[in-house]
Design a binder for this molecule. Sequence first.
Ligand SMILES: Nc1ncnc2c1ncn2[C@@H]1O[C@H](COP(=O)(O)OP(=O)(O)OP(=O)(O)O)[C@@H](O)[C@H]1O
Ligand SMILES: [Mg+2]
Length: 212
Amino acid sequence: MKCGRGALVVLEGVDRAGKTTQCKELVRELQRSGRAAEMMRFPDRTTMIGQLISSYLEKKSDLEDHTVHLLFSANRWELVPEMKQKLEKGISLVVDRYAFSGVAFTSAKPGFGLEWCKSPDVGLPKPDLVMFLQLPPSVAAARGEFGTERYETSVFQQAVQSKFDQLMEDPTVNWQVIDAARSVEEVHKDIKQFAMNTINAVEKQPIGDLWK
Ligand SMILES: Nc1ncnc2c1ncn2[C@@H]1O[C@H](COP(=O)(O)OP(=O)(O)OP(=O)(O)O)[C@@H](O)[C@H]1O
Ligand SMILES: [Mg+2]
């Protein structure tokens, strides 16, 4: 019987890198192998704060840039009690985007420094593993047109990628860069291996605090 905590595993990456596809595959695989695992995604559009964010992303409403940044962060914080409860019960969480996306997207806007953008997320449950799905823009383009939501332009996505590059220089976060230009199955194999190793390694460790 396992009595350790679950692992907090995050998938990040630019638009269409395959985050959602791979999160679902990973949860399915973990469950198939008898491990407790659940998927979460940010923003979680189902909460009241999430509905404000959703309306903003769909361009149905406008919000001031600092305000929307803080709402994205609040949307993560409001889920923290549930996340901690699950992790402590031994459920591993596979999370589709987290604070790194929050920081990369806002800091890609003019006038926003990385440190200011990080500050509201300082102290969130620290991911045990962050897998960054790396995809060249040309391959991403071949996966279909951009949608109609806010931020879905190639110029903005390139600015976001360079902010991710800066965040990945931080050695206090356990980053793994994954080549996402391969088939779904090949990418999944790598992701599964990194996730399994992490789940086994952190069972007896306390949950850390992000950027603290
Ligand atoms: N390895 C892959 N090879 C080819 N196509 C893929 C691969 N992984 C995902 N796709 C396809 O690319 C598209 C984007 O995948 P997915 O929605 O998982 O990406 P995402 O990173 O979650 O995107 P977004 O940031 O927009 O939410 C989908 O049509 C998906 O079927
Ligand atoms: Mg997605």
